[in-house]
Design a protein around this ligand. Structure first.
Ligand SMILES: Nc1nc2c(ncn2[C@@H]2O[C@H](COP(=O)(O)OP(=O)(O)O)[C@@H](O)[C@H]2O)c(=O)[nH]1
Ligand SMILES: [Mg+2]
Length: 230
């Protein structure tokens, strides 16, 4: 069973808590949802017949103070970067958020998504959809136009991210399996080689036996020490 950690990051008030609340409880609240402590929700999904347990982490107000909590960011497998289409600044800060997630998870190959949230407020839209798509494209992220209020593309965003995560893991497993197959065939070759070598050794021993009288023993030893391969 896959159990990836998924975090939502972005400026305060962009709708991160609302997106999670809609996804988990199908509820929307017009008021600002105060997140106290590190809030973690679990959601079970079935993607292409595979079970996945998403562990969804909501920022505990760090968005407001911009203090990057390492525990929050650490071991992230999937990150959804959220901005508010009616607030330019929240879009401009996406680079800050993506860099932080990458910085804390140095060697991890994280699945990133961008949520252009509050799409129901299209009359007040100041960040063009194309700008959002371009950012997503340039930074290797999936792109979703969401509305936590209208439940638009919320489920789709989480499912697509989870699907990409599973694909990534399974491709990795396939690569590892292929490597193992190659290693096994190398081992077979190595075994073959060592068999040949030991056969060669027998011949050599036989030769040595024959030539014993004629070989300086110390010389024989020193040349043999070159045979060790670590
Ligand atoms: N119209 C609209 N308002 C939203 C949407 N998502 C969140 N909000 C409102 O934006 C405010 C901040 O939402 P919240 O989820 O607390 O933001 P967070 O600080 O990023 O967690 C609240 O008043 C929400 O009701 C949305 O998709 N559309
Ligand atoms: Mg919140």
């Amino acid at each position: 069973m896959y159990k990836p950690k998924l975090i939502l990051v972005g400026e305060g008030h962009v709708g991160k808590t609302s997106i999670i609340q809609q996804f988990i409880e199908q509820k929307f609240s017009e008021s600002y949802l105060m997140t106290v402590g590190s809030d973690k929700s679990i959601k079970d999904l079935k993607i292409n017949g595979k079970d996945i347990k998403l562990e969804i982490w909501d920022t505990a107000g760090q968005d407001k103070y911009r203090g990057v909590n390492k525990i929050f960011m650490k071991n992230t497998k999937i990150a959804l970067l959220v901005y508010d289409i009616t607030e330019k600044y929240t879009f401009e800060q996406l680079k800050f958020w993506i860099d932080n997630v990458k910085e804390i998870n140095k060697n991890e190959n994280i699945i990133f998504g961008v949520a252009a949230n509050k799409s129901d407020l299209f009359e007040q839209q100041v960040v063009e959809t194309e700008e959002g798509k371009k950012f997503a494209n340039d930074n290797n992220c999936l792109f979703f136009e969401t509305s936590a209020k209208d439940y638009k593309s919320i489920e789709n965003a989480f499912s697509k991210l989870a699907e990409n995560y599973i694909e990534k893991i399974e491709n990795k497993n396939n690569e590892t399996n292929n490597n193992n197959i190659n290693n096994n065939s190398n081992n077979i070759n190595n075994n073959q080689n060592s068999q040949n070598k030991s056969e060669g050794k027998k011949d050599l021993n036989f030769e040595n036996e024959l030539n014993e009288k004629f070989i300086d023993k110390d010389d024989g030893k020193s040349s043999c020490s070159k045979c060790f391969i670590f």
